[in-house]
Design a binder for this molecule. Sequence first.
Ligand code: HEC
Ligand code: HEC
Length: 436
Amino acid sequence: MGNLIAEAISMGWMAMAIVAGMIVYFQVTIGDPVAKKRAVFKTFIGLVSTFLLFIAIANYKQNFYGESRLLPVSLVMITVTTFIMALYYTNLSALLKIGGMMFFIAAFLSGYGNWLPQVEGGFPPVEEEKTWDSMTPEQLADEGEKIIFGGVGKNKEQGAIGKGQCPLCHAFHAGMLGERAPNLLGLVQRGDERIADPKYFKDDPTKRMYSVKEAFPGSGAAQTSQEYIAESHACPSCYVVEGYGVKGTNDKESPMPAIHKPPISLSLPELAAVDTWMYLREGLDAPSFEDLVASYEKFIPEADRPQQAKEGEGGGGTTLMADGSEPVDQILAKAQCVACHTIPGIPGAVGTIGPKLEEGTTAAQRIKAPDYKGTAKSATEYIMESIIDPSAYVVQPFPDNTMPKVFGQKLSAGALKKIVDYLSQVKVGQPPPPIK
Ligand code: HEC
Ligand code: HEC
């Protein structure tokens, strides 16, 4: 509004109108007192109307090119102005009234047209490519936090998870238990201890006892703490933290997925961002972006390096783990259900952190259990409820809050449906259903 008035005044006409008004005023002040008072009043009305008129014109000018719907306001103001003037300048009255009426009709018509829904034009937003190497360490760390937790500042939020999926298994803060995987607090210092471990065979990794000896033939072992971190991400089974190996493998094999490979598929710059967050959040200086990327190049051969996903395809908190176009075994792998559950018929689904999923038999029993407090009325409803609201009913003897509560947001409706369809057909003592 302020700049509207300024605009009106700046239109030099305003000044001219005031001068004209003053001339009239001085002319009529010579005469009898009643006529004088009347003339002053008329001059006043004249000035107010002129002012309104200019604001109306200024408003019209400002909004003509924008997609504003304020345009008809100008016309309404002009109409009002003409009517006011018509009331006081009786000799001009007829003319002004006709003029006002015309403006009124014009205002009505244009207003009607203007207030109808407008079609938004313009170009689609340009896809922004991330320029990793020009980011400050803080910006990189923010990207890292988004990849791990789904958003900046989310690292302490219960259940927060990003496309890196690390919080499915890892805790990151002091006091949080690392039952499934080591707590990643203090990782940078720990890296040096790990490579000093005789079982690590820093100088000749081919002597290792693990299921995989080297990230790729000739890659060698890590020589620095950062290289240890890079190797842990690229080749989890090259060294398995004691007690955390896949059950029954005597710590020869790690349950952690290689995070540059599908389904997680982080690119080298994304891995560098993840690491930068881990350094900065502990108040440490991170190695440069180039050095971080170089540490991964040591363990990930060129052919295995995922291409950087375009902005919007990943990274953000709302990114889906699976969109439902995949076959069900891939959906279960992408969502890491396989890391916690044994699921008959699904290759690699050998997890033991949660119950074996034979829902074709168990789901119906669960909803009949006396301690069942959920809202499911059928087996399929129970399976869906277990996935999107795992605490609705906690299967004994498993602890509550182990299964992530993110799948309602992280899986498309189609993906959820495929999972429910499959699980509802898995029955105790029967061959597993076919994968569709
Ligand atoms: C499916 C569970 C799982 C997921 C998902 C997972 N990890 Fe792990 N991770 C583990 C387990 C178990 C270990 C310990 C066994 C080993 O040494 O490989 C481990 C080990 C590590 C280590 C070595 C820790 C140490 O103390 O030496 C690092 C570093 C690591 N993970 C980082 C990550 C990051 C970063 C992500 C996400 C991008 C991630 N992990 C995702 C299960 C997982
Ligand atoms: C981090 C480990 C973990 C992951 C990942 C996980 N779950 Fe679970 N799940 C559990 C645990 C523990 C329970 C038992 C406790 C409970 O009911 O909350 C459970 C319970 C269930 C149940 C109820 C089982 C029954 O017999 O009543 C279903 C169904 C289920 N999970 C499906 C899934 C699906 C589908 C996925 C992947 C989209 C998944 N879970 C991912 C740990 C996990």
